[in-house]
Design a protein around this ligand. Structure first.
Ligand code: 13P
Length: 340
């Protein structure tokens, strides 16, 4: 029965034209983004910001699941309503980030390994009791001189697979997120090679650890040129390279692929997802969806700026980006949507 529940939840997360909203920034990451805008880095400011997000009118039209952080899943609206209830009432499935972030990897200068396996079984039980139906774990892979190493790829892939197996044991759908970072001068071709190697290794490990592919979601990066690479491919080339890589490495049993945005602008992330769905949707074994944090939240955060008086326009900006990405899932997004 648990298997069927996992399959149903995974399918619901990527059904129709909805996608995921990542609002699981750890306190240090959230504080860093607040500091850049001069917003106080307090628990109350983080709570107020998350209240703004979860109470955005119409959010459930575009968002199937919201990924929360440990602090956030325990918080409430000012009137005392738990965020988990607000989300669930909006028809959105609550999820939770369960890794504890990346650490320097011993013997591997410049590379990271994600932590959080210790005590994970017990934490998953607690989150499930709090209403979470899925979980997320992010591994980061950097491209640079001589990196990524096999050691880094294999260790992160194994941690992802061990996490995913524990999630399924607890009845939570694992969102498996191996992120190849955009930072650097590398070409799109190099990103494609690294992403393919990482995904093949991750799926080998998922198989070895007996993870049921029908009951998980993959959250990968798009195949992109490095941020400082002089050659920046056009939208259709990115769409082609990304889908080619995924077709080689992601088994058809996986119900959905929900991209991270990774530092792309909101407009580019929507345009690239749209192009993939326009060009390939009818020929793909899995749904191509989104699980964006910055590409949905950034404009709203900048408008809000910590000011109560800016909540409504910030919510409108958040809804707008969510709606653009919903359109991108159908291949119905266009730049004219940005002009309203
Ligand atoms: P971005 O969309 O901002 O990359 O965040 C997605 C995410 O969940 C990072 O772990």
């Amino acid at each position: 029965m648990k298997a069927q529940e996992l399959i149903d939840t995974a399918r619901t997360l990527v059904a129709g034209d909805k996608g995921l909203l990542a609002m699981d920034e750890s306190n240090p990451t959230c504080n860093k983004r607040f500091a850049r805008l001069g917003i106080p880095q307090t628990e109350e400011a983080r709570r107020a910001y998350r209240e703004l997000i979860v109470t955005t009118p119409g959010l459930g039209e575009c968002i199937s699941g919201a990924i929360l952080y440990d602090e956030t899943i325990r918080q409430q609206k000012k009137d005392g309503t738990p965020f988990v209830k607000v989300i669930t009432d909006a028809g959105i499935i609550p999820g939770i980030k369960v890794d504890t972030g990346e650490e320097d990897m011993a013997g591997h200068p410049g590379e990271k390994i994600t932590g959080g396996l210790d005590g994970l079984r017990d934490r998953l039980v607690e989150y499930s009791q709090m209403g979470a139906r899925f979980a997320k774990w992010r591994a980061v892979i950097a491209i640079g001189d001589g990196i990524p190493s096999r050691g880094c790829i294999e260790a992160n892939a194994q941690a992802l697979a061990l996490y995913a197996a524990l999630c399924q044991e607890a009845g939570l759908v694992p969102i498996v997120e191996p992120e190849v970072l955009m930072d650097g001068e590398h070409t799109m071709e190099r990103c494609g090679e690294v992403t393919e190697e990482v995904l093949r290794t991750v799926f080998n490990q998922l198989y070895t650890q007996r993870v049921m592919l029908e009951g998980m979601i993959l959250k990968p990066n798009m195949v992109l040129p490095g941020l400082t690479c002089p050659e920046q491919e056009v939208v259709d080339e990115v769409a082609d390279a990304t889908v080619r890589c995924l077709l080689r490495a992601v088994p058809a049993a996986v119900p959905g692929i929900a991209f991270l945005s990774g530092g792309q602008s909101g407009e580019l992330a929507s345009a690239r997802l749209n192009a993939m769905n326009v060009r390939f949707k009818s020929r793909l074994p899995w749904a191509l969806a989104f699980s964006f944090a910055r590409a949905i939240q950034q404009p709203a955060l900048e408008i809000w700026h910590g000011e109560e008086a800016h909540v409504l326009p910030a919510q409108q900006a958040l809804y707008h980006r969510a709606r653009c990405n919903r359109a991108a899932r159908r291949g119905a997004y266009s730049a004219t949507m940005e002009r309203v």
